[in-house]
Each structure stands twice: as structure tokens, then as C-alpha cells.
Design a protein around this ligand. Structure first.
Ligand SMILES: *[C@@H]1O[C@H](CO)[C@@H](O)[C@H](O)[C@H]1NC(C)=O
Ligand SMILES: *[C@@H]1O[C@H](CO)[C@@H](O)[C@H](O)[C@H]1NC(C)=O
Ligand SMILES: *[C@@H]1O[C@H](CO)[C@@H](O)[C@H](O)[C@H]1NC(C)=O
Ligand SMILES: *[C@@H]1O[C@H](CO)[C@@H](O)[C@H](O)[C@H]1NC(C)=O
Ligand SMILES: *[C@@H]1O[C@H](CO)[C@@H](O)[C@H](O)[C@H]1NC(C)=O
Ligand SMILES: *[C@@H]1O[C@H](CO)[C@@H](O)[C@H](O)[C@H]1NC(C)=O
Ligand SMILES: *[C@@H]1O[C@H](CO)[C@@H](O)[C@H](O)[C@H]1NC(C)=O
Length: 474
């Protein structure tokens, strides 16, 4: 900005004049509006629309910012402050249209920042912010975005997610603020079921707070995402994702809230993030490959999971996953792969290393008999698991150090256990020995407890033809 002013005084004057004209124009429109329309609410909405749509036309000097508002310099180019688009920022008025309009205006020009100012709360209904946009957009969240607090006030078509970013490229969300899903009401199952019963066609689901769909080269950093009804951050069919230095928290008594959920997503890097919530800290689903998860602090909750995969005889393909440099405390499992019986496909080339566990029930787990009912039918087919390395898994457990329950029909192969040192925690009320069922691989000292050494079956163990036929489906 400064350089711009110094080098180019003439155009600065020009731009200032342009602002003046726009300001007068906006004043004119709003006074006409005021005369035409005595309904305050209606007036406010029209007002936003006109500014949101009218302002970006004289690009590349789009910042409309006609009104003096708190927390931003209206002469800054490329800044799309939601207040300039009619946001109230009181946490009660519906500011969805203002956010949408600011986004759309910025989207048209590119090289722009959509600003959600600090110290204000903006109530946002479920919305979709849709690309493609001109490149280099930043959504800077310094204040708080609030989801509708009551389940009943969510439009029923939007139970899949709250903030949906779709077809977005080269995009960053950053700032010192928060995305608050206000999920308390959703966690109360009886309330949700009550509403679901009333309208029969509602699926049994709860919204994810922030979802990216078919997006590429996206960074989410520094913000907090809290109290989501379900999952906090979800990427599907997306690629080249960076999640850095974000904090995800939900109160401990909230069930079923995933931290991060990845679906058909490639090249994901999640780092320096502090995640604590009721369900999986990170959940990697079918279709994911080349995912790197590191420097995560997780717990309480369910730990880091691949799966569950292969539900209802579906094909599941997951490969090239690295999870490293993670600390966990008080979680149900540590690093876990879970598959349903009857699925097909393959999990291959997965590495879990440098995982520090404290008071984790079962730090190392493969469960190929995953079942969310009391009983599931035994089936011969299974998602094949091959090439899983556990290296440096150290700390305390309360129930069982290792539980590798591979399928009867399709054994797990090339499962390596290296430097595993797990001792019972003080809170342990008696514990079980290491279990490996139909699991082939190698182990390398140090191994504590020593029963881990005898746990794996040696050698290949494959029915290589069987394994091959499984791989074709991926
Ligand atoms: C994203 O950024 C890259 C590198 O700056 C650029 O080549 C590409 O065209 C951009 N894509 C979009 C859709 O803006
Ligand atoms: C990704 O987006 C950032 C800015 O948002 C840009 O600087 C970078 O060049 C993009 N990279 C690719 C590979 O498109
Ligand atoms: C959960 O919802 C039920 C039914 O609406 C209500 O009676 C109960 O007080 C709620 N509990 C909490 C903790 O909000
Ligand atoms: C991480 O995010 C916090 C909160 O926004 C910020 O204060 C801090 O500077 C960030 N740290 C890094 C290393 O970017
Ligand atoms: C296994 O995955 C890692 C990480 O994604 C990758 O670098 C490596 O090349 C893969 N190995 C094989 C044999 O595919
Ligand atoms: C994880 O920690 C190991 C050992 O300290 C280190 O060599 C490796 O570079 C770390 N990985 C990342 C991605 O920071
Ligand atoms: C499935 O197989 C296991 C192990 O062979 C057995 O214990 C269990 O009873 C079987 N379950 C059903 C529902 O048949």
C-alpha cells in the first residue's frame, strides 16, 4: 500500500475520487431505500445486496467500504470486511448474506482478503462459498463465526455441513479467531431424534463445521474450530491441503465429534495442531493416499484411525499414509486401523512412528471385525492389510498393549513392530497380553512387554493370489 501511494500519487487521487463517488452513490441508494421501505429488516438486506453486487464492478479497486466501521481502514485495497457488506456482528442478527456477499465480491477480483474482524461474533446459517474464484483469496477470521445454536433452526437440507467451501483453489483460511459450531444441542441425542422423528426423511446425521469439497491447494491455519455438532474439519475429493497450527476442541462430554476427516483426499499435511475432541482425532477414510499427519497432540477421544473401511461390502483403498511425532493421552486407542467384515480393497504402505502414549487403553490396534451393532455376520471377504510399520510407539496403556485382530480369510501381511515399549499405566485395573490374530510380519527389539516378540507369525503368510485379486479393485 505505502509503496503504491509513493510511486503513484496520481492514481491514488483517482481511486480516492472513485471512493467518494461510490460513497455518494451508496448514500443516495440507501436514502431512496429508506423512503421506499419502512421495514427495517428488508431494508438491511437490500442494502447488502446492492453493495455486494455493485461494488466489485470497477476492479481492480473493489473495496467498497463506504461506511465508517470498526477495525479496518476502509481505504485498504483488496480488503473485503464483512461490516462493509452489512454484517451486524452482534452474534444474534443473521450475517450469512454479508459473509456470502463479501466472499463473492472478493472471489471476482482475487488477491483479496475477506475479513471477519476481531471482537465481534457473526451468526452464520449453513452456507456454501463456491469457486472457482480468481486466485489468492484469504479468509481472515479474527472474530468468531457462530453456527445456529438450535437444532430446529438449521435448514434440514443442510445437516451435512455448516460452512461448505466448494471448488476452491489457492485459498487460505487464517486468523486468530474461531469457528464455533455451537454443537451442544446436537450432542443431546434425544433432542435430535425428536426432530428426526417428526420429519421422517431426515437421515441420521449431524453437520460437519467446516468442509472443503473438490478443492485444491487449500491452507487452514492458526484458527480454532470448536464445538462442532460432529466432525470439525473435513476434506473430501480434495488435494494439496495444509492444516497448520489449528486448535480443535470440544467439551469432553461430547460424543462422536471427529477432529479431521479425510475422504478421497490426496497430499494432506497436518502439522502442529492441537486436537481434542470426543471421537477420532484424525480419521482417514477410503480413497485417501499420500497423507502425512504429524505433530498432533490428541486426547481425550478415540485416537487416530484409518477407517472404518469396507462397510456394506464396499471397496476401500487407502495407501501411503505417514503418521508421526504424535502425543496422545487418555484415548480409547492410539493408532488404529478398523475394517468391516465383507469389504474388499487394500490398505497398504502405512507408517506409524514416534507415537507417545499416556494412559491409552489399546495403543496399537487393527480391528478387522469392526461392528457397530451387537453382532455382525461373519464373512469371508475382507479389506486386505499389508505393509504397516509401527516404529517407536512408547508410553503407558491401561487395557492391552497390542491388539491385532486380522481377518480369518485374509491375513495381515508385512506388519512390522520395531521399538515398542509399552508399560501398564497406574490407572490400569489388570491388563491383557498382546494379541496378534492371523498377522504376519517381523519384530525388532526393544520390545516391551516381551510377549510382543512372540505375537506375530513369521514369514510371508500370504495367499499371494488372494491378495492380488484384492488389489485389482483399488
Ligand atoms: C493457483 O496458483 C498457481 C500458482 O500461483 C497458478 O498457476 C494457478 O493458475 C492458480 N489456480 C487458480 C485456479 O487460481
Ligand atoms: C497455492 O496457493 C498459494 C496461495 O494461496 C500460492 O502461493 C501457491 O503458488 C499455490 N500453489 C500451487 C501449486 O498452486
Ligand atoms: C436433552 O433434550 C431433552 C429433550 O428435549 C431435554 O429434556 C433434556 O433436558 C436435554 N438435555 C440437555 C443436557 O440439554
Ligand atoms: C499459531 O496460532 C496462534 C493463534 O492464532 C498464533 O498466535 C501463533 O502465532 C501461531 N503460531 C505460528 C507458529 O504460526
Ligand atoms: C509409502 O508411502 C510414503 C509416504 O507417502 C512414500 O513416500 C513411499 O514412496 C511409499 N512407498 C511405496 C513402496 O510405495
Ligand atoms: C518427526 O520426528 C523425527 C524424530 O525427531 C524427525 O526426524 C522428523 O523429521 C519429524 N518429522 C516431521 C515431519 O517433522
Ligand atoms: C464369528 O466367528 C467367530 C470366530 O470364529 C465366532 O466366535 C463367532 O461366534 C462368529 N459369529 C457369528 C455371528 O457367527
Amino acid at each position: 500500500m505505502k509503496q503504491f501511494k509513493q510511486n503513484n500519487k496520481a492514481s491514488t487521487v483517482l481511486i480516492l475520487m472513485l471512493f467518494l463517488i461510490m460513497f455518494l452513490f451508496a448514500l443516495l441508494i440507501s436514502s431512496v431505500d429508506a423512503r421506499k421501505n419502512h421495514n427495517k429488516k428488508n431494508k438491511a438486506f437490500k442494502h447488502h445486496k446492492q453493495r455486494g453486487q455493485g461494488s466489485p464492478a470497477p476492479a481492480p479497486a473493489p473495496a467498497p467500504a463506504p461506511a465508517p466501521f470498526v477495525g479496518s481502514d476502509p481505504t485498504q485495497l483488496g480488503i473485503f470486511n464483512v461490516f462493509a457488506f452489512g454484517a451486524k456482528g452482534d452474534g444474534i442478527s443473521d450475517d450469512s448474506k454479508a459473509l456470502q456477499a463479501a466472499f463473492e465480491a472478493a472471489c471476482k477480483v482475487g488477491w483479496a482478503t475477506i475479513e471477519v474482524p476481531s471482537q465481534f461474533k457473526f451468526l452464520i446459517q449453513p452456507i456454501t462459498l463456491e469457486g472457482p474464484c480468481k486466485p489468492h483469496l484469504v479468509l481472515k477470521i479474527d472474530g468468531t463465526l457462530l453456527a445456529p445454536p438450535k437444532v430446529g433452526s438449521w435448514p434440514k437440507s443442510s445437516w451435512f455441513q455448516w460452512l461448505n467451501l466448494k471448488w476452491i483453489q489457492n485459498f487460505t483460511i487464517q486468523g486468530s479467531g474461531a469457528i464455533d459450531g455451537q454443537g451442544y444441542a446436537w450432542w443431546n441425542l434425544s433432542q435430535v431424534h425428536h426432530i428426526q422423528k417428526k420429519s421422517k426423511c431426515i437421515p441420521d446425521m449431524k453437520p460437519t463445521a467446516l468442509r472443503f469439497y473438490e478443492s485444491y491447494n487449500v491452507t487452514v491455519r492458526d484458527i480454532r474450530i470448536i464445538n462442532s455438532p460432529l466432525c470439525h474439519l473435513k476434506f473430501d475429493n480434495s488435494g494439496s491441503i495444509q492444516v497448520n497450527n489449528i486448535t480443535i476442541t470440544s467439551p469432553e462430554d461430547s460424543p462422536n465429534t471427529d477432529g479431521i476427516h479425510l475422504q478421497n483426499t490426496k497430499d494432506v499435511e497436518i502439522q502442529h495442531s492441537n486436537i481434542a475432541c470426543g471421537d477420532d482425532c484424525v480419521s482417514i477414510q477410503t480413497g485417501c493416499s499420500n497423507v502425512h499427519v504429524h505433530h498432533i497432540n490428541c486426547g481425550p477421544g478415540h485416537g487416530i484411525s484409518l477407517g472404518s473401511l469396507g462397510k456394506d461390502k464396499t471397496v476401500a483403498c487407502v495407501k501411503d499414509i505417514v503418521v508421526e511425532n504424535v502425543t496422545m493421552q487418555n484415548t480409547l486407542s492410539g493408532v488404529r486401523i478398523k475394517t468391516w467384515q465383507g469389504g474388499v480393497g487394500t490398505v497398504r504402505n502405512v507408517s506409524f512412528s514416534n507415537i507417545q502414549v499416556t494412559d491409552v487403553k489399546v495403543p496399537i490396534m487393527i480391528d478387522q471385525y469392526y461392528c457397530d451393532k451387537r453382532r455382525c455376520k461373519n464373512q469371508t471377504e475382507a479389506v486386505a492389510i499389508t505393509g504397516v510399520k509401527y516404529n517407536q510407539i512408547v508410553g503407558t496403556f491401561s487395557v492391552q498393549p497390542i491388539h491385532l485382530a486380522c481377518s480369518n480369510g485374509v491375513p495381515c501381511t508385512n506388519v512390522d513392530l520395531i521399538d515398542i515399549q509399552l508399560t501398564p499405566s497406574r490407572s490400569s485395573l489388570g491388563f491383557q497380553q498382546a494379541l496378534c490374530w492371523n498377522t504376519y510380519g517381523q519384530s525388532k527389539a526393544p520390545l516391551v512387554p516381551s510377549s510382543i516378540d512372540y505375537c506375530l507369525r513369521r514369514g510371508g503368510g500370504f495367499h499371494s493370489e488372494l491378495t492380488k485379486s484384492m488389489e485389482y479393485s483399488c
